[in-house]
Design a protein around this ligand. Structure first.
Ligand SMILES: Nc1ncnc2c1ncn2[C@@H]1O[C@H](COP(=O)(O)OP(=O)(O)O)[C@@H](O)[C@H]1O
Ligand SMILES: NC(=O)OP(=O)(O)O
Length: 303
């Protein structure tokens, strides 16, 4: 039996709450497959499209990002815990599922707070993007050949406020959904914490919690079955494994798009490096079960 941290991509959760609730029904199956095999599963998820949607919908009252992230953790967590519970019941597996509203500590001097890089919200055409820059003052970038997106600050996680609660729940056999959307970014104050504007990359927060709960595997589930080099080009090569040294070389070559595949690879490398025997796997949701027996995904390993 292994302890597996599953990081679900926000782009795989659909565009509307209705669409998401249907999609998450499918998401629950491969997750429960792993639980049925006896693995301990902890779930993290993205919120890029959703947090952008919430922030835009609440523009009139300028809803700050920490609150938007908390809302996204709540409703994505609700969908996941509802559907996973249903799937567990269908298979007569007696387990509890719970979502933790999670605050993630960042450094108030993190330079990333002044330099927006994290794509959120929907994709725009080039013309729409140009209009938004003028009308709303957004910073917009081109996102991995898929269109244009707003970017916001994305500080690095340094600690997780609720880590002891998470550890206890996992130890007691409960299925925990945590660090949704990378967690609510907070900075330490004298007696507590205060939210800051930004969206933490869920891949980095997932790597952090995976280390803290002593996971054996970090599964980063996204839209592609494998990492590729020369991605999207005629000479694209999909990788079934990648050593840490190879990963560093490909990063240097610029093989992984910033804001999409690059944070996943960095989080995977950091996790694989942190303890001998730990492996990170980047794979699609549909192929998660196959990935555990080496039949899909890209394994990032410490050679
Ligand atoms: N080298 C690469 N190999 C595979 N996919 C890549 C690569 N570079 C960029 N991508 C893109 O990155 C996407 C994953 O990032 P993203 O959609 O932001 O993640 P998430 O699933 O967490 O929302 C893939 O679906 C793919 O379109
Ligand atoms: N917060 C975050 O990293 O979300 P995505 O995975 O949706 O980009």
């Amino acid at each position: 039996m292994s302890r597996i941290l599953i990081a679900l991509g926000g782009n795989a959760l659909g565009d509307t709450p209705k669409e998401q609730f249907e999609l998450v029904k499918e998401t629950a199956r491969p997750i429960v497959d792993l639980i049925e095999k006896g693995h301990e599963v902890i779930i993290a998820h993205g919120n890029g499209p959703q947090v952008g949607m919430i922030n835009l919908a609440m523009e009139e009252i300028s809803m700050p990002f920490p609150e938007c992230i908390a809302m996204s953790q709540g409703y994505i967590g609700y969908h996941l815990q509802n559907r996973i519970y249903e799937e567990l019941n269908r298979r007569n597996i007696n387990k509890n599922v719970v979502t933790i509203v999670t605050q993630v500590v960042v450094d108030e001097n993190d330079e990333a707070l002044q330099n927006p890089t994290k794509p959120i919200g929907r994709f725009y055409s080039k013309e729409e993007a140009e209009e938004l820059v003028v009308a709303k003052g957004y910073k917009i970038i081109e996102d991995s050949g898929r269109g244009y997106r707003r970017v916001v600050a994305s500080p690095k996680p340094t600690d997780i406020v609720e880590k002891e609660c998470i550890k206890t729940l996992v130890k007691d056999g409960h299925i925990v959904i945590t660090v949704g959307g990378g967690g609510i970014p907070v900075v330490k104050k004298d007696f507590g914490y205060e939210g800051v504007n930004g969206v933490i990359d869920k891949d980095f927060a997932s790597g952090k919690i995976a280390e803290l709960i002593d996971a054996d595997y970090l599964f980063v589930l996204t839209a592609v079955d494998r990492i590729a080099i020369n991605f999207g080009k005629e000479n694209q090569i999909n990788l079934d494994k990648m050593s840490i040294e190879e990963a560093y070389r490909y990063i240097e070559e610029g093989q992984f798009a910033p804001g999409s595949m690059l944070p996943k690879v960095i989080a995977a490398v950091n996790f694989a490096k942190s303890r001998k025997g730990r492996q990170a796997i980047i794979v699609s949701l549909e192929k998660a079960k196959e990935a555990l027996v080496g039949e899909s995904g890209t394994i990032i390993y410490n050679s």
